[in-house]
Design a protein around this ligand. Sequence first.
Ligand code: G
Ligand code: G
Ligand code: MN
Ligand code: NA
Length: 254
Amino acid sequence: LSEALVASLKTAPHEFSVVYQPQYQLATGEMAGLEALLRWHHPEFGAVSPADFVPVAEQRGHIHELTEHLVRCILADLPKAAEGLPSGLRLAINISARQISDSRLQQLLDVLFARIRQICWLPEIEITETHLMHLSAECLARLRDFGDQGVSVAVDDFGTGYSSLAYLHTLPVHVLKIDRQFIKRLGGVGTDSRIVSAILGIADALELEVVAEGIENGAQYRMLNDLKCHRGQGFLMARPATWDAIKLLFFDTC
Ligand code: G
Ligand code: G
Ligand code: MN
Ligand code: NA
């Protein structure tokens, strides 16, 4: 996989593309934003999950190239996207913690965020909880700069890492994304909402917004809405898709 990834990045960048998964305001059902997700389609291996190739790119020192490609794809998509969708949407991208201190990343994101603001959307970055807990003081300062520039910082896969409340309180973050595994426990046989309730309690105390990921059925949606979770994302509402598909979806619901 490692060799194929390096080769494709060098000679076949068109194999990499971006899809977007809408997020919704649970209380109103309105679209609140979108998460950009990388896809890699290899001619031989077929679709390779970013869960598999992103760590390889990190290890092989190619994560910057991948993010560069992601940003290039998003920039190409933005004019089209803005045409059919409302203003005020958040556009979230996943950032690998290893990149945060890279000045080349800073330049890329400056360009991307400026363009996102031009269409009156709001930039958001997602960093996994596990990585967030190990950031250097320098990286944390970078995150704080993002916040000062109006970029919201989301803690991805929240609940799977080891943040202490005391530490979380000092971090320059604005959003908690509850990991899918906790959403899975809602609404079926042996439903258990205690962890989700606890996370919502923490978020409330720290004045953070909450996004539930991996909502797959109506029971989960209703429970999360009853628990006053703000935003949600999942196959129930929409799978990750291209802009054209997302626009159709938007016009279907309004
Ligand atoms: O989209 P999917 O569920 O297959 O994504 C699997 C994992 O890959 C998720 O944890 C997601 O955050 C991560 N991922 C997807 N796109 C990107 C990206 O552009 N950059 C980084 N660093 N991670 C990504
Ligand atoms: O870790 P991260 O939040 O970045 O992961 C996003 C990934 O989760 C995307 O690759 C997307 O394909 C996947 N995903 C989104 N919604 C659902 C869902 O409802 N169920 C499952 N199983 N996966 C989902
Ligand atoms: Mn994410
Ligand atoms: Na996640």
